[in-house]
Write a new protein. Structure first.
Length: 114
């Protein structure tokens, strides 16, 4: 059974976007979203991105997602890429070059000077 999925979208050589992160209803509140987010962040670092951003909903339904992103270092930001300001959207971003190899259970490639 599929527990969850997410996608990483290339925006520029240094910037990527998390797209469509979802957890199956049968796997909610079991740590799937947190592990999936860690994996996406690790993949973005491995691909050489220095910034990772996302768009999520502003409604109460998305509060858990916003807390998860904030706990992983994401902060509010203006719209990015082709997004426009929208009262139904919250935009968040984080720098990846600030990651240290001990931020996650696996070893992350860290590029000095980025």
């Amino acid at each position: 059974m599929l527990a969850g999925f997410g996608a990483l979208k290339h925006l520029t050589e240094s910037h990527a976007e998390i797209k469509s992160m979802r957890t199956a209803a049968s796997h909610l509140r079991q740590g799937v979203a947190s592990r999936l987010l860690q994996h996406i962040i690790q993949e973005a670092v491995a691909r050489g991105y220095s910034r990772l951003s996302l768009e999520t909903g502003s409604m109460a339904f998305f509060e858990g997602a916003r807390r998860l992103y904030a706990s992983s270092g994401f902060v509010s930001c203006p719209p990015f890429g082709s997004y426009k300001a929208d009262p139904n959207s919250v935009f968040m971003t984080r720098r990846l070059r600030e990651l240290a190899s001990d931020d996650f259970s696996g070893n992350l490639p860290v590029n000095p000077g980025t």
